[in-house]
Design a protein around this ligand. Structure first.
Ligand code: COA
Length: 425
């Protein structure tokens, strides 16, 4: 079967997480993704958080499926020449180097346009234009600068970063979307363009409800926040709201049976207004259905802590899965707090390809996250990540048309660089 991006060739100059998630998605949609890596070491994540000595790390393998790897020192003349030929042969260049790195290599936007006017140049940077545009940025910096950390955590604790990689993988998604739109526009204009996805913007985009609350706060207290019912005054900025629901339907994380020994024996419970009467029956408080103090959402707002404590007294008598089994048929929105172990063992996620098992020559079988987007006419088969430089000869010959002698010479340069580096260490 054909794939959505058959015929699209990506020059993947990305490293670490944000850029590689973007190009991995493009590869899953069928693009030919050529990952350019430094001879001898490659993407730094290959050897970060190593769990199998000598093998590429899970960090690397889980971000670089379905790609080909070519090693190239793009700072020497031969390497630059190969890179130029790749620029001419590809549709999209994706990079997430520190600001200015590509310019220093000699590949400015102007030069790239000269080489290939159809080229789409897509970049992840920490910040957009402005005071911080030259900064190097990692995930947690983006979470802090994008408004996520100041609004995550509990009121009486410090700002918190989240486990979801919203700055890296989140921005990778934005970049992939920008590339798709640019490819679509190129169909009409024949021209490439620059696509920029700053990590701060990506995080803020996901925190829009907190900017909404910042403006609502100017008009009065945020009544759906727990602190309102607890009588704690609001400050000038959107506060941390613990596990309060971010929407208009109050929700909390509540203990379930076994919470004393299982750190994930919890459920998320939402007191959605249309389900209120059923909630009252389930938790043994039928009198709350008609009591004007509890019957309407506005009346409940200053009693949320008491209400959730009563619901929790009920959830603590059930496992998180029993809570779901009882509440779902009644249309009461609840969700178990699933551990990574439970997710890894969930066979229904394997059946949909959301979690995949991949075989790797150095490390054997491992689990990875599959494509989160399912397309009926463009199925995804996840194949293992490339070894460092595994496809160098193949790409030089098939994509760029180098002869066997030229390839031998170019590979020698790569080897020399690796030897030099080892000698320097
Ligand atoms: N051959 C020769 N040199 C190469 C090369 C190759 N194949 N590939 C990369 N390099 C060089 C670059 O030219 C650059 O050299 P220079 O600084 O002398 O110009 C250097 O390797 C790598 O640059 P840099 O991006 O600064 O790496 P770093 O490890 O110091 O910083 C980040 C890492 C992630 C902080 C930084 O790249 C960054 O801020 N990126 C943008 C934001 C981002 O994506 N962050 C999230 C990462 S998950």
């Amino acid at each position: 079967m054909t794939k959505a991006l058959d015929g699209v060739r990506i020059l993947d100059f990305t490293h670490v997480q944000s850029g590689p998630t973007c190009t991995q998605l493009l590869a899953w949609f069928g693009a030919d993704v050529i990952k350019v890596e430094r001879p001898g070491e490659g993407d730094a994540t290959r050897k970060q958080l190593v769990d199998v000595p000598g093998a590429d790390s899970l960090y690397f393998t889980m971000l670089n499926h379905n790609k080909r790897s070519i090693t190239l020192n793009t700072k020497n003349d031969k390497g630059k020449e190969v890179l130029e030929r790749l620029v001419k042969s590809c549709d999209v260049l994706v990079e997430n180097f520190a600001p200015g790195a590509l310019d220093r290599m000699g590949f400015t936007w102007e030069r790239i346009q000269e080489l290939n006017p159809r080229m789409i140049m897509a970049s992840v940077k920490g910040f957009g234009p402005g005071p911080y545009e030259d900064c190097k940025v990692y995930e947690n910096v983006a979470q802090c600068a994008g408004g996520s950390a100041s609004t995550t955590g509990f009121l009486d604790g410090p700002p918190l970063v989240t486990g979801a990689q919203i700055g890296d993988s989140g921005t990778g998604l934005n970049l992939a979307l920008g590339i798709m739109a640019a490819l679509f526009q190129r169909e009409k204009t024949g021209r490439g363009q620059k696509v920029l996805a700053p990590m701060q913007d990506g995080v803020l985009n996901l925190c829009r409800v907190k900017l909404r609350d910042q403006q609502r706060l100017e008009k009065g207290p945020l009544k759906e926040y727990s602190q309102y019912g607890e009588g704690i005054p609001f400050g000038e900025a959107t506060p941390r709201a613990g596990n309060d629901s971010g929407g208009g339907q109050p929700g909390r994380i509540l203990k379930c049976k076994g919470w004393e020994s299982d750190p994930n024996a919890y459920t998320y419970f939402i007191t959605q207004a249309p389900a209120w009467k059923k909630i009252c029956d389930v938790i043994g408080k039928p009198e709350w259905k008609e009591d004007p103090e509890y019957a309407t959402p506005p009346a409940r707002l200053n009693k949320l802590s008491e209400i959730f404590a009563t619901i929790e007294a009920w959830t603590m008598t059930k496992t998180k899965f029993e809570v779901m089994e009882i509440c779902n048929p009644l249309d009461i929105p609840v969700g178990p707090i699933l551990s990574m172990k439970e997710i890894a063992e969930d066979m229904s996620l394997r059946e949909t390809g959301t979690i995949v098992e991949v075989d790797h020559p150095e490390r054997g079988k491992y689990l990875s996250v599959g494509c989160p987007i399912k397309m009926s006419d463009s199925p995804v088969e996840v194949t293992r990540s490339p070894l460092l430089g595994e496809h160098t000869s193949e790409i030089l010959a098939d994509v760029l048309g180098y002869s066997a002698e030229e390839i031998a010479e170019l590979k020698e340069i790569g080897a020399t660089e690796a030897v030099k580096k080892l000698a320097a260490e």
